[in-house]
Write a protein that binds this ligand. Structure first.
Ligand code: GLV
Length: 330
């Protein structure tokens, strides 16, 4: 019988995914309840062909050059800005991610942040807990209507479209901007209006970000863009922190340039800008948009499936760099 390939799981993931890996591969799971340091990752990968990793693990040239036996790095996430695609492709290492299984769960959370920021849910909770609910008042904690308002979506991929469906359920006008335009039937079905970045910024009551983090999307929302938004606008970010210039956002929120924000991700995560912590018109969450029991389990299972496929001679279902296989065939 062939020797089983060896795989490192860089941090505890749901047990069914470990069991699935263990049925086909020799598995080592990090015992630490923290990310491995780059040195630990390097040394524990020695002699292993597979890695199941999380967003904090940097799969870069430095790591890849030190672990020549590695054949696949399987991210338990849809975003893969922690991975250097070009370096991995050069070195013949397959990279995979976990799309689709988290689409609706993430869109649910983006909409939850939107509603919470609009209707001041977190602030109201703090108000009641502080014992300040002493009477019904006509002007207590007034928020903004979501229904029939205009929702502007940056990035119309799977999660952007899922958010649009939710917005449609609230009778919202739906604007979007992206590098590529959706087919006409999708625009029709979802009632989407494709607009310029400037129109989206100027006309939206709510702006939600659903772009990957790329050089072109870093600080997509900076001081200039915030200045173009309505003073009543609410910004929601469940994409990646560096898509927003966090200092510029703090300045706009403090100066009343925009009304509020709902943030699941931060520019220097897990550090949160100290001034954001002080602001009442911000709802903060610790990068949990995909964190439902079922979805986190599905993500781990899919990452395991990707890893097993790569190490047992099949094409992983969510291969990010098929060039590696093309190069091998040449
Ligand atoms: C989480 O942020 C993910 O990319 O899946």
């Amino acid at each position: 019988m062939n020797q089983r390939a060896k795989v490192l799981v860089s941090r505890r993931i749901p047990q069914p995914a470990i069991d699935m890996l263990a049925a086909r591969l020799e598995v080592e799971v990090s015992e630490h309840d923290r990310p491995l340091t780059p040195e630990e990752l390097r040394s524990r990968l020695a002699g292993k062909q597979g890695l199941v990793c999380l967003l904090q693990d940097k799969i870069n040239e430095q790591l890849l050059s030190a672990v020549p036996e590695l054949k696949v790095a399987s991210n338990v996430a849809v975003g893969y800005d922690n991975m250097d695609l070009a370096a991995a492709t050069r070195r013949g290492v397959l990279l995979t991610n976990t799309p689709e299984v988290l689409t609706d769960t993430t869109a649910d959370f983006a909409f939850a942040l939107l509603l919470a920021a609009a209707r001041r849910v977190a602030e109201a909770d703090r108000f009641v807990r502080a014992g300040r609910f002493t009477e019904w008042k006509i002007d207590l904690l007034l928020g903004q209507d979501v229904h029939h308002a205009t929702l502007g979506i940056f990035g119309m991929g799977r999660i952007g479209r899922a958010l649009a469906r939710r917005g449609g359920g609230f009778d919202m006008r739906l604007l979007y901007h992206d590098a590529t335009r959706q087919p006409a039937e999708v625009e029709r079905e979802l009632r989407l209006e494709y607009v310029s970045k400037e129109t989206l910024l100027g006309e939206s009551d709510f702006i939600s970000l659903h772009v990957p983090l790329l050089p072109a999307t870093r600080h997509l929302i900076g001081a200039a863009e915030l200045a173009m938004m309505k003073r009543t606008a609410i910004l929601v970010n469940t994409a990646r922190g560096p898509v927003v210039d966090e200092q510029a956002l703090v300045d706009a929120l403090k100066a009343g340039g925009i009304a509020a924000a709902g943030l699941d991700v931060f520019e220097f995560e897990p550090r949160v800008h100290p001034e954001l912590m002080q602001l009442d018109n911000v709802v903060l969450a610790p990068h949990i948009a995909s964190a439902s029991v079922a979805t986190r389990r599905r993500m781990a299972m899919l990452a395991a499936e990707n890893c097993i496929a790569a190490l047992t001679g099949r094409i992983p279902p969510n291969l990010l760099n098929p060039r590696v296989l093309e190069k091998k065939r040449l």
